[in-house]
Design a protein around this ligand. Structure first.
Ligand SMILES: [Zn+2]
Length: 107
């Protein structure tokens, strides 16, 4: 077993501090890095809902450092909503026939 440079007593290999005099034998391992996850206001969800992809990108850029998980979800929601816009128009047209009449109803 190695000897403590301060008190000269033996200490176990894996110890960071000397068990006899509390002398620091090794550099203290840094604490595990935890990704900062701050609360993201629920108001940010309005952006992708109202502006679809544009709002999703804005919400993502604004919140990615605060909470990358939520920011990615907001971006994803914006992408989903932008895909949904033509589907909504198609569904609306299917139900009402409004656009079909507009374009093909001319004599
Ligand atoms: Zn010691």
């Amino acid at each position: 077993m190695p000897l403590c440079p301060k008190c000269g007593k033996e200490y176990p290999w894996d110890s960071v501090f000397c068990p006899h005099c509390r002398y620091q034998l090794k550099a203290v391992p840094p604490p595990p890095k935890v990704e900062p996850t701050m609360e993201v206001s629920a108001k940010w969800w309005l952006l992708p809902i109202c502006l679809s992809i544009f709002g999703g990108v804005i919400a993502y850029l604004a919140n990615r450092h605060r909470n990358s998980k939520t920011a990615k979800r907001q971006l994803l929601l914006g992408i989903i909503l932008v895909i949904e816009i033509p589907l909504v128009i198609f569904a609306y047209d299917y139900v009402t026939g409004l656009f079909s009449h507009m374009f093909s109803g001319m004599p």
